[in-house]
Design a protein around this ligand. Sequence first.
Ligand code: FAD
Length: 455
Amino acid sequence: MSDAALRDLVDALGPDAVVTRPESIEAYRRDWTADASAGMPLAVVRPTTAAEVQATMRWASANGIPVVPRGAGSGLSGGSLAVEGGITISMDRMRSIVIDTETRTAVVEPGAFNAEVKAAAAAEGLWYPPDPSSYEICSIGGNIATNAGGLCCVKYGVTTDYVLGLDVVLADGTLITLGGKRIKDVAGLSLLKLFVGSEGTLGIVTRAILRLIPRQEPAATLVATFADVRSAAHAVVAIGGKLRPSMLELMDHASINAVEDHRSMGLDRDAGALLIAQSDAAGGVSSAEVQTMETMCLEAGSTECFTTDDPDEGEMFAEARRAAFPAIERRGSLLLEDVGVPVPLLPDLLTGIEEIAARHAVEIPVVAHAGDGNTHPIIVHDAGDPDAVVRANEAFHEVMALAISLGGTITGEHGVGRLKKAALPDQLGPDVMALTRRIKDALDPAGILNPGAIL
Ligand SMILES: Cc1cc2nc3c(=O)[nH]c(=O)nc-3n(C[C@H](O)[C@H](O)[C@H](O)COP(=O)(O)OP(=O)(O)OC[C@H]3O[C@@H](n4cnc5c(N)ncnc54)[C@H](O)[C@@H]3O)c2cc1C
């Protein structure tokens, strides 16, 4: 591409919006997968309006330049890794939030952080439920593009359940508006949902209308320890068959100890597994539900249970769970899994992961949004040891194959990105892959939007 073409873009958007200094570009090249294979983009575009996003896409389309949409770069599947010779379009300067208490909606620009939307809603007595563990460091645009889940999704659902409307800029620069502030709307094909979870491959989200609900009741909390993950998983299955907890998270022995090594939070280092369960049922019912969950945990073999009605104390345990990724990251290089299965098969998935870890002599700590059957086995290895890298990669692919063999998925919430796309055909099969390709080709015939992600 000629310098003149890049100058056209700078002329159209102004120098503030187009970053070309390599030192400044560096901060926008990778996500949390820290993949060394990230390319060097020509420029990072930092628009402040949807019109600037449109101008960028018209320019990219005319010049055949790949464009990688980027939120806050907290992704765990390589979805926003920069492409060599492309443009990374970062939404970090588009972050307005307007709360409409009448319709209980938030009109949000994509760069706003999840935590900022929650705070703005809370100031009006409202709540935006989707709560990825990364809520303080991830953007709403990234959440929508990955259909992010989180800790309370076991009761309240995932991002898509709260997206009522979207403005999206297509590959050719067309701006479309889908949905609105209405709760129900079945006019036409469900195109709104097509863009949720599309990982920046079909369009760039420039505005979202999000559904808010009344503030959550303070939760009561149960922490139950088990001798092994299998009995903890059986407790999860039993609880899910009877109640709808507002949180049901699992940590295994290795992840408990990684958190304790990183920052002591009083977790039982000897436990084989830990369940953190909460109930936010109204009218004092939360305590009764937590008691019921305690009984079920004891029946499934829990060695010790602790309960509290104090929301701050409960939050400390949720915080320990959220600390797991950064804590495990200190143990070595990571390959992050996100596999899920139907909840009754959770014990088989967790046992199978232990077998894979033993067979390949790798450490695989597991944390899980257990109530959803969604696990995060994290393969820790020494990236400087070629043999360890081979064993880690074999384990990575075997974990995905195991999930598929149990009727599960290779990704429950992080997305396919660049990390898992080789395994996608194994889950979807040739017909669904071909349909996916036809949809991509219809919306982005030149293939300039996030090339290399998903497909
Ligand atoms: C410590 C930690 C804990 C995490 N816990 C969770 C968890 O509990 N649940 C969960 O779901 N995820 C979790 N994640 C993963 C990550 O935070 C989510 O995937 C998040 O949604 C990514 O948002 P982001 O703004 O960082 O997006 P990025 O990483 O910048 O991008 C992610 C994808 O979205 C696309 N994208 C971004 N913005 C737009 C836009 N405006 N339009 C179109 N496409 C766009 C990108 O192209 C890319 O494909 C965790 C990550 C970390 C580091």
